[in-house]
Design a protein around this ligand. Structure first.
Ligand code: SF4
Length: 342
C-alpha cells in the first residue's frame, strides 16, 4: 500500500528521502509542487527526472481533500463540504469583505466539546484531522476559486487546541514561503478556552493570533452552555490571555450574543469588568440561528445597546457582520459533515 506523501512535514519528508538514498533538497521541490502548484501526482513534477517520478509514484500517493459539495450564498460567501481520504467529511467556509478573503478551516471531524448553542456540537466526534488535511482545505478552496486568500482562521468544526500538533503542522504549511505563503500575521486560532492548550501555545515558537470564545461572563451559565468550562475556569483563561497579549499577539475575545441569555447591559458591564487591564479586542457575534437549536439572535436594539456600552471601555469592539446564514455557514452553524460508516 502506498504511503501518502502529504502526511510528511518538510523535515519528515527530508528524512524519508534520505532513507531512500536521495538528496534532502528534493523534499522542498516536492513540497512546492504540492502546495504551490496543486500537484496530485508525481508525474507533473517536471524538474524531477522521469525515473525518479515513476519511483515516487510507485511508493507514494498525494491524496488530499476532495470538494464534495459547494453552496454559495453570493460571490462573497461559500460553504464547502470536503471529503477526506477515509470518506469522512468536514466543512470549510470562504468569506470576502473588501480586499480581505478569509478561509475558515475545520480541525476535527465533529467536536467533542458539545457547546449547547453550536450545531457542530450536535455531531458525533469522529477524529482529529491531520496537518495536511487542515492545510489542504485552504489549498483546495484556493484552487477551486482560482484566487488566493489573505487570511486563515482555525475556527470551523472542532477545537483547534485539542489537536494542537496538527494545527501547528498545518500552520507551518499555510504560512511557509514554500507552502501556501499566507502571512503569519493573518492567521488566527480560535479556542473555546482550553487552559492546557493556551499554555502549550505560549510555550511553542508559533506566532499566531489567538481568539478566545468567551461568550458568558457568568461562570455557572458558561459551565452549563459550554461544558468545557467545567474544567477550564474563567480566571485561568483570563490570566493566560493577559500573558498571551503581552508575549505574543493581542488576544481577541469572541462573545456570541444570545437573546435573553447574555445580551443585557448587566452582562456588558460584567464583561468590561472581567477584561479590565487586558489589551484585547472584543468581537460581538449576534447569534446565528440554526433550525435544530432553540437559541435566538437578540433584537437589533439590544445588540446596539450592548455594543455602545462596550465602546466606552478601553477595548476595540467590533460587531461581526453575519455572513453565509442562508447556507448555514455562519459561526456555530457548521453541521453538514457526513460520516462514512462501514
Ligand atoms: S462552539 Fe466550537 S468548541 Fe463549541 S461545540 Fe462548536 S465547534 Fe466545538
Amino acid at each position: 500500500m502506498r504511503k501518502n506523501f502529504k502526511r510528511y512535514s518538510l523535515l519528515q519528508a527530508e528524512h524519508e528521502l534520505v532513507k531512500l538514498g536521495l538528496e534532502r533538497y528534493r523534499a522542498e521541490q516536492i513540497f512546492k509542487w504540492i502546495w504551490q502548484k496543486n500537484a496530485d501526482d508525481f508525474s507533473v513534477m517536471t524538474n524531477i527526472s522521469k525515473e525518479l517520478r515513476d519511483r515516487f509514484n510507485g511508493l507514494y500517493s498525494l491524496a488530499g481533500v476532495r470538494i464534495a459539495d459547494l453552496q454559495r450564498e453570493d460571490a462573497d460567501a461559500e460553504k464547502y463540504l470536503l471529503e477526506l481520504e477515509d470518506g469522512l467529511r468536514v466543512e470549510s467556509v470562504f468569506m470576502q469583505e473588501g480586499t480581505r478573503r478569509t478561509i475558515c478551516v475545520s480541525c476535527q471531524v465533529g467536536c467533542p466539546l458539545a457547546c449547547k448553542f453550536c450545531a457542530t456540537g450536535l455531531l458525533h466526534f469522529e477524529r482529529d484531522l491531520h496537518a495536511y488535511e487542515i492545510a489542504d482545505q485552504v489549498r483546495s478552496i484556493q484552487q477551486n476559486r482560482g484566487d488566493r486568500c489573505t487570511n486563515v482562521v482555525f475556527m470551523g468544526m472542532g477545537e483547534p487546541l485539542l489537536n494542537l500538533d496538527a494545527v501547528i503542522g498545518a500552520h507551518e504549511i499555510i504560512s511557509s514561503p514554500i507552502g501556501l505563503g499566507i502571512s503569519r500575521r493573518h492567521t488566527t486560532i480560535s479556542t473555546a478556552g482550553i487552559v492546557e492548550g493556551i499554555e502549550a501555545l505560549l510555550r511553542s515558537s508559533v506566532r499566531v493570533k489567538l481568539a478566545i470564545s468567551l461568550n458568558f461572563v457568568d461562570e455557572e451559565i458558561r459551565k452549563d452552555l459550554m461544558p468545557v468550562a467545567r474544567k477550564n475556569p474563567l480566571k485561568d483563561i483570563i490570566k493566560l490571555a493577559r500573558v498571551y497579549s503581552r508575549q505574543k499577539e493581542m488576544v481577541t475575545f469572541e462573545y456570541v450574543l444570545i437573546r435573553d441569555i447574555n445580551d443585557g447591559i448587566r452582562d456588558a458591564r460584567d464583561l468590561v469588568r472581567l477584561l479590565r487591564n487586558i489589551p484585547s479586542k472584543i468581537n460581538l457575534i449576534p447569534y446565528n440561528e440554526h433550525p435544530d437549536l432553540p437559541y435566538k439572535r437578540p433584537k437589533d436594539e439590544k445588540i446596539e445597546a450592548f455594543f455602545s456600552h462596550l465602546l466606552h471601555s478601553h477595548h476595540t469592539v467590533v460587531i461581526r457582520k453575519s455572513r453565509g446564514q442562508k447556507i448555514l455557514a455562519g459561526c456555530g452553524q457548521l453541521s453538514g459533515s457526513q460520516v462514512a460508516r462501514g
